[in-house]
Design a protein around this ligand. Structure first.
Ligand SMILES: CC(C)(COP(=O)(O)OP(=O)(O)OC[C@H]1O[C@@H](n2cnc3c(N)ncnc32)[C@H](O)[C@@H]1OP(=O)(O)O)[C@@H](O)C(=O)NCCC(=O)NCCS
Length: 183
């Protein structure tokens, strides 16, 4: 595999690119301040822009680690950030990564996350050269499962109390896509 770090990805309606400090105010407004968007995640909603600045800085500081990919999602029509998507290498030897995503509530149910994920899966398998990309979502977060299915991933089963979100232990549905699926 050749790790290239977080490079720009263009889709019809979105630009996926590196976070910058100029994104902080809009990211806070469009995404980070809402408790609903972190419901199935581990992070807390941001109380003020300083929280978002700290979050963005922690991501920027990791950009020299080329096997970790963190894109901010820019909605072209408003030229503002609406959320993020990222890939994290789990095993270099097994050529496997997992991923996560989250976007602001005003932008839900418009197909944006599916559009971003399709692009990131293709980038992960074809540009970086992962063999397998996997993810899971709480069984109570059906929209996330829809996104995975619509992006061409395959359901692999249910894992009991796979992780602990802000709500407690979550049973999760597991999905994957492998290189062979898109060849
Ligand atoms: C999960 C999340 C990323 C989905 O993003 P999105 O941009 O709204 O996703 P899309 O518009 O591409 O697809 C959402 C699908 O879920 C469906 N959906 C919405 N609410 C639903 C519900 N209560 N039950 C079942 N399906 C639902 C939508 O109809 C749509 O499917 P369709 O295109 O077949 O109609 C977004 O809700 C989010 O950021 N949530 C908070 C963070 C989070 O949960 N991250 C994932 C952690 S695993």
């Amino acid at each position: 595999m050749i790790h290239v770090g977080t490079e720009i990805i263009n889709t019809d309606r979105l630009i996926l690119r590196r976070f910058t400090l100029d994104d902080v105010d809009k990211l806070y407004k469009n995404w980070a301040n809402d408790s609903d968007v972190v419901k199935f995640m581990r992070m807390n909603p941001h109380i003020n822009v300083d929280d978002t600045k700290e979050f963005v800085e922690s991501i920027i500081n990791k950009y020299d680690k080329l096997d970790t990919y963190r894109w901010i999602i820019i909605l072209k029509v408003i030229d503002e950030p609406i959320g993020f998507i990222g890939l994290t290498t789990i095993s270099e030897y097994d050529m496997t990564a997992d991923f996560g995503y989250s976007i602001g509530k005003p932008f839900w149910n418009k197909g944006y996350t599916t559009e971003a994920l399709i692009a990131v899966l293709s980038y992960g398998l074809q540009v970086i050269g992962f063999n397998r990309l996997e993810a899971y979502h709480s069984i109570n977060n059906m929209p996330s499962g829809k996104v995975m299915k619509k992006s061409g991933m395959t359901y692999e089963g249910r894992a009991r109390q796979k992780y602990k979100s802000n709500l407690g232990f979550e049973d999760c549905d597991m999905y994957s896509i492998i290189k062979k699926d898109i060849d």
